[in-house]
Write a protein that binds this ligand. Structure first.
Ligand SMILES: Nc1ncnc2c1ncn2[C@@H]1O[C@H](COP(=O)(O)OP(=O)(O)OP(=O)(O)O)[C@@H](O)[C@H]1O
Length: 251
């Protein structure tokens, strides 16, 4: 199954780079001198408690907001840049779906924005619905979907145009452990297909599944590395202990 449009240019091993990024709202500094890179083909996690600044950073990376300081580069282009949107898939924290439309109609509606139509659209819906295991529920109105099904449909919407980079803001929030596992299995499949992913989470066992991650606290990166590195560096046996050791758990 061809899940992803092949990149035009293979030269960027860094898909996303944030360099000295800061963002304030009024007098409140929400992101304070954030620097990190996401490499091509990896799942990179942003791990931090509620309010630590994850969504704010994701919005800057996708070009929905502009930093007060520093720069964001995505696929070699300085953000914000409208052209790049066709190469990324963004799944926001709350599902932006039309409840009165069926899942299929939602997929058709959002895909039209990317110019997908006709037989290409039909085959793409089939592929993506299989991937998120919604093939049997495509004709149901979304208002009859469970929370987990809506999350999976939002993931399907983000995947329709075969993005090279996926930015997923808490893709499993409010989802039971069984569905959570199946979404992570899907993310694994996408990684195998060559998709680069940036995933926010505050769940420690999800952080373990990332290739590398940044621990964020109060708008600052307090640690960055692979789960194994971070545990070794903090002499912790779990991600939770590592997070606490890096002062992530201390106010
Ligand atoms: N447009 C805005 N105006 C003012 N404050 C904002 C704005 N956007 C975000 N904030 C504040 O920035 C802080 C970080 O919010 P953000 O949503 O980035 O956190 P988060 O780590 O994604 O949290 P969660 O896990 O709960 O989604 C919060 O205190 C929030 O109230």
């Amino acid at each position: 199954m061809n899940l992803v449009t092949q990149p035009n240019d293979d030269s960027h091993s860094d898909c996303i780079a944030a360099v000295h990024v800061s963002r304030s709202f009024g007098k409140r500094t929400v992101l304070d001198d954030i620097s990190l890179t996401v490499r091509k083909g990896e799942i990179f996690g942003l791990l931090g408690p509620s309010g630590s600044g994850k969504t704010t950073l994701v919005r800057l990376i996708t070009g929905l907001d502009i930093p007060n300081g520093g720069t964001i580069t995505l696929l070699g282009e300085k953000m914000p840049k409208l052209d790049i949107l066709s190469r990324i898939g963004y799944m926001a924290q709350s599902d932006a779906l039309y409840g009165e439309l069926t899942a299929q109609e939602n997929l058709e509606f959002f895909s039209a924005l990317y110019g997908l139509r006709g037989t290409k659209l039909k085959s793409r819906i089939k592929e993506v619905a299989e991937l998120v295991k919604l093939s049997d529920d495509l004709k149901k109105p979304v208002q009859l979907y469970s929370g987990g099904m809506k999350r999976r449909l939002s993931l399907a919407v983000a995947l329709m145009h075969g993005p090279e980079v996926l930015v997923l803001d808490e893709p499993t929030v409010g989802i039971d452990p069984v569905l959570r596992k199946s979404i992570w299995d899907e993310l694994d499949n996408l990684r195998r297909a060559g998709v680069t992913m940036l995933v926010t989470t505050h769940v420690m066992d999800e952080a373990e599944k990332c290739d590398r991650l940044a621990m964020i606290r109060d708008g600052k990166v307090i640690a960055l590395g692979s789960p194994e590195q971070l545990k070794a560096d903090s002499q912790a046996s779990s991600m939770e202990d590592a997070f606490i050791a890096f002062r992530g758990g201390v106010a």
